[in-house]
Ligand binder design. Structure first.
Ligand SMILES: *[C@@H]1O[C@H](CO)[C@@H](O)[C@H](O)[C@H]1NC(C)=O
Length: 241
């Protein structure tokens, strides 16, 4: 029996196969966060400019308008990484690449050609699979980033409420209300109007992101040309075993 123990241990150990785990997951997620820095910054600038143009046309620029967008930035920094990692890995690229052997359907499963690396046409958790399904990976990344931004620019979210408060204050709501002591209605109506305009601008998040990345996010392989980084990304992905 003493001899059987090591055999059992070996038999129960997972087969060592290449897979994107640990460092690889963190590395690829961080690479996408890094690549998206420019598009997301462009988005933030465009959004805040729209807010100033549409809601605060008479703004006196006491502070740079970029301050107004800070709640969205904070929300992004807090959750973008986690959302992106979840969207790419456990939700899509996971598991082994082996499939039934066409020459021996009842035998052990085998790695199809190109699997696990460098170009594997089975959806599984290896760099080779991510390279083969790169267009899918590109959409997973885009949609995760966009979803994050849409959430924080949707009424009811903490970031939206915080930003709305600043914008309404700048629009002069409460100040006007005081000045118009006897006639509360017009000031309130002004505030409501500013809120409505603000909501309309914030509702453009999805289309602004599509414009920046150049696509519709619906899975067409040649979409999103400005948020692809295909060559550098494929090289980087395959730098993991
Ligand atoms: C995108 O990420 C890859 C991998 O980290 C890197 O090699 C490349 O330079 C990045 N490109 C941009 C534009 O950030």
């Amino acid at each position: 029996m003493r001899i059987a123990i090591p055999t059992m241990i070996l038999a129960t150990l997972p087969v060592i196969v290449s897979a994107c785990e640990g460092e690889c997951i963190v590395g690829i997620t961080n690479a996408y966060i890094g690549n998206y820095t420019d598009p997301v910054n462009t988005f933030l600038e465009q959004l805040v400019n729209e807010v100033v143009t549409k809601v605060l046309p008479n703004r006196r620029y006491a502070s740079p308008p970029i301050n107004l967008i800070q709640p969205i930035v904070t929300a992004y920094q807090k959750t973008a990484y986690k959302n992106l990692e979840t969207a790419i890995f456990p939700s899509y690229f996971h598991g082994k690449c082996q499939q039934p052997n066409p020459d021996d359907p009842d035998g052990p499963w085998v790695n199809p050609p190109g699997c696990p690396n460098p170009d594997c046409n089975v959806v599984c958790g290896t760099p080779g699979s991510m390279v083969h399904f790169f267009p899918k990976l590109r959409y997973l990344a885009f949609n995760a980033i966009r979803k994050q931004l849409v959430e924080s620019t949707t009424p009811g979210s903490e970031a939206y409420q915080a930003m709305e408060k600043m914008v309404i204050r700048e629009a002069g709501g409460p100040k006007n209300r005081k000045r118009a002591a006897g006639t509360l209605m017009p000031a309130l109506r002004r505030e409501e109007q500013a809120k409505g305009q603000f909501k309309e601008v914030m509702h453009q998040t999805s289309s602004i992101m599509e414009r920046i990345c150049g696509g519709t996010g619906n899975g067409k392989t040649n979409g999103l040309p400005k948020c692809s980084w295909e060559k550098a990304m494929k090289e980087f992905i395959l730098s993991y075993p």
